[in-house]
Design a protein around this ligand. Structure first.
Ligand code: AP5
Ligand code: MG
Length: 190
């Protein structure tokens, strides 16, 4: 099985690029953000726990997302691998993922990192706010907190994965088609 991590700051284009990637490589797309938003929409206890944190632009507890991912690893069949979008997001989550995979003799195949500068994050999220109506896109201070949280808690994963030679960076500036072509060219190597 292949285990790809789709990495990058808020608004980098992870969700946008994920669809073509999973189709081409027969992967299961696991976006922790989307899974959490479904829990909120369904009013589950987990959703209730996550709602305020997401709407403030803060991370939900590591154990919550780790449990969601592990359950999907176990319950998914008929794919050649997984595309993890928005997970892991802390060093603790990355270590938990390694431990989960090691138990089955598996490992992270590659980290595909889409990089854009902070000013572009604001532009893209402001644009998406007019289309999708995500609660965490609406207020500038929440977007700021998401960017700050990314730099403080998630960006350290770059060095974590660089250390094991699994980190691959893609320039996220350009059209959606251009970025997709860069990702496809990279993934053909794995
Ligand atoms: P999550 O849903 O993962 O949000 P995020 O990481 O902030 O990323 P986004 O979904 O905002 O951006 P994206 O990269 O998918 O961009 P998109 O393709 O939509 O997480 C939400 C929250 O859930 C977190 O804040 C946290 O609270 C919680 N959470 C989730 N995972 C967690 C975890 N592991 N641990 C703890 N908490 C967790 O693109 C953005 C816009 O730009 C779109 O409108 C798109 O059309 C446009 N666009 C994309 N590419 C281009 C391009 N090349 N040119 C022009 N426009 C483009
Ligand atoms: Mg997304």
């Amino acid at each position: 099985m292949k285990y790809y991590i789709l990495f990058g700051p808020p608004g980098a284009g992870k969700g946008t690029q994920a669809n073509a990637m999973v189709e081409k490589h027969n992967l299961c797309h696991l976006s922790t953000g989307e899974l959490l938003r479904s829990e909120i929409a369904a009013g589950t206890p987990l959703g209730l726990q996550a709602k305020a944190l997401i709407e403030a632009g803060s991370l939900v507890p590591d154990e919550v997302v780790e449990g969601m991912i592990e359950a999907r690893f176990k319950g998914t069949e008929g794919v050649d691998g997984f595309l993890l979008d928005g997970f892991p997001r802390t060093i603790a989550q990355a270590e938990a993922l390694d431990a989960m995979l090691e138990k089955d003799g598996e490992a992270v195949t590659a980290v595909v990192s889409i990089m854009i500068p902070d000013r572009m994050i604001h532009e893209r999220i402001a644009h998406r706010a007019t289309i999708e109506g995500r609660a965490d896109d609406a207020r500038p201070e929440v977007v700021e907190n998401r960017i700050r949280t990314y730099h403080e808690k998630t960006e350290p994963l770059v060095d974590f994965y660089k250390g094991s030679g699994r980190y691959h960076e893609i320039d996220g500036i350009g059209t959606i088609d251009e970025v997709r072509e860069r990702i496809f060219t990279l993934m053909d190597r794995f």
